[in-house]
Design a protein around this ligand. Structure first.
Ligand code: ADP
Ligand code: MG
Length: 385
């Protein structure tokens, strides 16, 4: 389990730089881009471990597909991407493997991520097809806040190699907070907890900056894995990842349900080798997934303990915002509320928060708050020439 926590000093607009100078000093944007920007179809991308979403400037979210790539092992060629590739997981013929190139929230396989991004960017452009539109957009990509500088650069390079004209990264919790409509630029502490497939990102944001940040590599995937282990341990039943995820969505929970339910797990009996189906209750399942769920809740508490008291007071008043697909786990909001004694809200359409946040940033690219946020998120800037 990797835990990252750090404090970013300085808030939005506090740089003391004259407003006019901010761009050249901070981001160094080409002034022509502002003029052409009005005509280009810039992209905000949520490169999630489970799902990739693409927001096209002026159009909204046009792509939402699993971050899965099917590769032919003989030719090393990409066979399918996205939904088509996910349908192949666990069912591929010998020469084709379906991979999730971002399994732990980081770019594990640079080439594959690049090809996946290129595919999604091309597809987004097909949706936004307009004559005279620059086919080389500016791109804002959400990356987990725990990633290293090298990984940030890898994400930017991947976007640039996928024909982006300029590429910027933004920390996912910041994008999620913007997407969830939190007042990130104000002197008010907001807490966002984004539970994705590979990572849970917890951040306290104020004045356009991330004040407290915790990122753990425990999220939806680990809950699925816990269900696989549970079925094996308790029932000698071998189930696949997709079965586990379905059971989690149907009957997984983090808090007692008003009405406990049952779900059928189908797989292979490890003793006989034959197919087997068993019915399990949501109560058993809750115990089965307690490990990763407890770890997530404990991390939220740890982040709160580190938060300066003034900001804790704000969070008490406004509540903790949950985002990401994992926030839909039944009762997770109640559980976090019970253990932190804070009000907890689930963002509207939690799966698209990061994409909507990155989308807002490309819609209002010149907004000084977003400029500051982007500047802080980059360490080195690269513009394709
Ligand atoms: P990422 O940002 O890593 O791509 P997402 O925010 O797209 O992740 O969330 C994907 C995760 O959310 C997966 O682990 C998925 O199983 C989980 N998920 C999606 N819907 C639900 C649901 N209704 N209940 C519980 N978990 C869910
Ligand atoms: Mg995400």
């Amino acid at each position: 389990m990797a835990v990252h926590s750090f404090i970013v000093v300085g808030g939005g607009g506090s740089s003391g730089l004259p407003a006019g100078k901010r761009w050249s000093v901070h981001v160094g944007l080409n002034p022509f881009n502002t003029i052409f920007g009005a005509f280009s179809r810039d992209l905000g991308i949520d490169l999630g471990t489970a799902n990739t979403l693409v927001h096209v400037r002026g159009k909204g979210i046009v792509i939402s597909e699993p971050s899965v790539v099917a590769i032919d092992t003989r030719t090393k060629k990409v066979h399918a991407v996205g939904a088509e590739a996910k349908a192949m997981v666990g069912k591929t013929p010998a020469n084709i493997v379906a991979v999730r190139p971002l399994k732990d929230g980081v770019i594990a396989d640079f080439d594959v991520v690049e090809q996946m991004l290129a595919y999604f960017i091309k597809k987004a452009h097909a949706y936004a097809a307009l004559p005279l539109v620059d086919p080389r957009p500016r791109v804002v990509v959400g990356v987990p806040s725990g990633v290293t500088e090298v990984e940030k650069r890898a994400a930017r390079e991947a976007a640039l190699n996928a024909k982006a004209r300029e590429a910027y990264v933004v920390e996912e919790p910041m994008a999620a907070a913007i997407g969830a409509g939190l007042p990130v630029e104000e002197p008010i502490g907001s807490m966002i907890v984004d539970i994705g497939g590979g990572t849970t990102e917890i951040a306290v944001i104020a004045l356009g900056g991330i004040v407290i940040n915790h990122s753990i590599r425990i999220a939806g995937d680990e809950i699925d894995e816990a269900i696989i282990q549970f079925a094996r341990r308790e029932y000698n039943l071998l189930i696949g990842e997709r079965m586990a995820e379905k059971a989690k969505i149907a009957a997984g929970s983090a808090y007692p349900l008003d009405e406990e339910i049952k779900v059928v797990l189908r797989g292979r009996d490890l003793l006989t080798g034959l197919p087997k189906a068993i019915e399990v209750s949501s109560v058993e399942l809750r115990e089965g997934i307690a490990g990763p769920v407890n770890a997530i809740v404990a991390e939220v508490r740890a982040a709160l303990e580190e938060t300066p008291p003034e900001l804790v007071a704000d969070i008490m008043e406004h509540g903790i915002m949950l985002a990401g697909g994992g926030s839909l786990l039944h009762g997770l909001d109640k559980r976090i509320a019970a253990e932190t004694r804070m009000p907890v809200h689930i963002a509207q359409d939690p799966l698209s928060c990061v994409a909507r946040g990155a989308g807002k940033m490309v819609e209002h690219f010149d907004n000084s708050v977003y400029q500051d946020i982007l500047t802080r998120a980059q360490t080195s800037r690269r513009v394709r020439r």
